[in-house]
Write a protein that binds this ligand. Structure first.
Ligand code: GLN
Length: 542
């Protein structure tokens, strides 16, 4: 019998609801329960695929090729459960579904309304594809009080009323701010937020109160009294040094135990937290540190490279190294002296990206890494630019570029117009609509015998997740190989270059996919593990 937990947020956004949901998912899992985590986003975009990383942070791609909210990345990193397309929905997609049905004539002359049509579609989404999950955690994006969020809150209110008792629990996350002039933590915003929620008909079972300092027993009692929540269910969620400490703290505060009581599931074993303790220990007591330069575009907004950042941390955990990231904006770089700026870094990473802006700076970073023998990892756009760099500098193809930047004499990177996926032929053209025309999701890749990556992965075939429109042009493979680049990973049909490396260089790898999407703190991705190992070796050499 599947149970549902709905996680809402109040007072302000960015309280870390996604992280809290992920950490709670892990705790429940460590108690032997099967969990699924889902995100319901009230915005009107059909999916976040076309949203700027500046606004919305990274787009997380699932195995089955859905472009989803970055919170799904947290869910996967904390629980290891691969998320699916059915784990993420937006108001836009819900409306789209309902309006498509309306056009199709499914409602037989009825008037289409938010209640019941939109709310029913939301409930369908929540109940669909839950398999044999014991607990489905559904995070509602946004903050209580947002106009867009209302249909979602109404839908979960209805659902709790329709399902048998004890099958749903409501968890509400708020902020308890410290007001310096009064020298006090203030509970009023939490009271207001819960009042708003109760006005909609939702009584939270558990409150998670974010605060930068200890919330006194008195303050917790006050919150409990005002909000009709049991005092033991007012959980303090204090700021942590590392996100991987969060499950440990929440358990100490009694979160998982209280939730299971609310769900009428007593008697599950206490979770074994050694997995998280080991990770925290490695983070707190590293043997040393390495400095990795990330030469990218969205460097001001950390969320734009969320998974990448975490994957590097995981590589550090595996090697017991602290990874210090030096974010370098590729755009400013093309003009200035690059080598000066990169002095002292132990490795260089060029991440995924879109558009011409900053690309020459990134290419210059590839040249530097190649010539200096610095470990280099190029991801997606980074791999494409590494191929362009090799074409220009090693193979003497001066006009080498990507058709992403416009027509060019030597399209070393270009648009693939047709490929196979799941037994079907997929086609796209320059004019295809921007949303949903990328190679998305998991694709297999064969690794060449004797290659660096074959050794790193320790297997001949891998599967990794993609999100890109352009491909390295197979027609240049021979010339690039003659110039010294090795195509060490190819799609099984041999048409799509997936990995390149540079034999003779200490560690130079470009991958067309996004390995960061599959890395977990308790199971660091082999490429990141080895990249940080190589960075460490480099740091010892200098
Ligand atoms: N802009 C490139 C493409 O569309 C790379 C995309 C990426 O790095 N995710 O192919």
């Amino acid at each position: 019998m599947t149970r549902f937990v709905f996680i809402t947020g109040g007072v302000v956004s960015s309280l870390g609801k996604g992280l809290a949901s992920a950490a709670l998912g892990s705790l429940l899992q460590l108690r032997g329960l099967k969990v699924r985590l889902r995100k319901l986003d009230p915005y009107l975009n059909v999916d976040p695929g076309t949203m700027s990383p500046y606004q919305h942070g990274e787009v997380f791609v699932t195995e089955d090729g859905a472009e989803t909210d970055l919170d799904l990345g947290h869910y996967e990193r904390f629980t290891g459960v691969p998320s699916r397309a059915t784990d993420s929905v937006s108001a836009g997609r819900i409306y789209w579904t309902v309006l498509t049905r309306e056009r199709h004539g499914d409602y037989l002359g009825g008037t289409i309304q938010v209640i019941p049509h939109i709310t029913n579609a939301i409930k369908e989404f929540i109940l669909r594809d839950v398999d044999d999950a014991d607990i489905v955690l559904c995070e509602i994006g946004g903050t209580v009080g947002d106009i867009e969020g209302l249909p979602f809150l109404e839908a979960i209110r209805q659902l709790a009323n329709e399902l048998p008792r004890g099958r749903c629990a409501f968890l509400h996350m708020t902020l308890v701010p410290w007001i310096a002039s009064a020298g006090e933590l203030k509970t009023k915003p939490t009271q207001h937020s819960v009042r708003e929620l109760r006005g909609i008909g939702i009584q939270p079972d558990i409150l998670m109160c974010r605060s930068d300092r200890e919330i006194s027993v008195d303050a917790r009692r006050k919150i409990a009294l005002q909000c009709s929540v049991h005092p033991d269910c007012v959980i303090q969620a204090l700021d942590c040094k590392s996100i991987y400490e969060v499950p440990i703290h929440y358990h100490e505060e009694g979160l998982d135990g209280q939730l299971l009581a609310a769900l009428d599931l007593p008697g599950t074993p206490e979770p074994d937290l050694s997995r998280w303790q080991e990770i925290v220990d490695r983070l707190e007591r590293p043997d040393g540190e390495v400095k990795v330069a990330i030469v990218g575009k969205y460097t001001e907004l950390m969320d734009a490279y969320k998974s990448l950042n975490e994957a590097l941390v995981h590589g550090g955990i595996a090697n017991r190294m602290k990874v210090v990231v030096d974010w370098i904006d590729a755009e400013h770089f093309s003009q200035r002296d690059l080598s000066g700026r990169l002095q002292g870094v132990n490795a260089i990473l060029v991440p995924g990206g879109f558009g011409e802006r900053g690309s020459e700076g990134k290419i210059a970073a590839v040249t530097y890494a190649r010539e200096q023998g610095l470990p280099f990892l190029g991801i997606c756009f980074g791999m494409q630019l590494a191929c362009i760099e090799a074409a220009r500098r090693l193979a003497g193809i001066n006009g080498a570029s990507s058709t992403e930047f416009g027509p060019c004499p030597d399209p070393v990177v270009g648009l693939m117009t047709e490929w196979e996926f799941g037994g079907e032929t997929v086609t796209r053209s320059e004019k295809s609509a921007k949303g949903g025309t990328m190679r998305l999701g998991a694709y297999p890749c064969d690794l060449a015998e004797g290659s660096l990556v074959r050794g790193i992965y320790g297997q001949a075939g891998i599967s990794e997740r993609h999100r890109h429109r352009f491909e390295v042009n197979i027609n240049y493979k021979e010339r690039l190989e003659e110039a010294g680049l090795r195509f060490s990973g190819m799609s099984p049909d041999g048409r799509l270059p997936e990995i390149v490396e540079l034999p003779g260089h200490p560690w130079f790898v470009g991958v067309q996919f996004h390995p960061e999407l599959k890395s977990k703190p308790f199971d660091p991705h082999p490429l990141f593990k080895d990249f940080i190992r190589a960075a460490r070796e480099q740091s010892i050499l200098v």
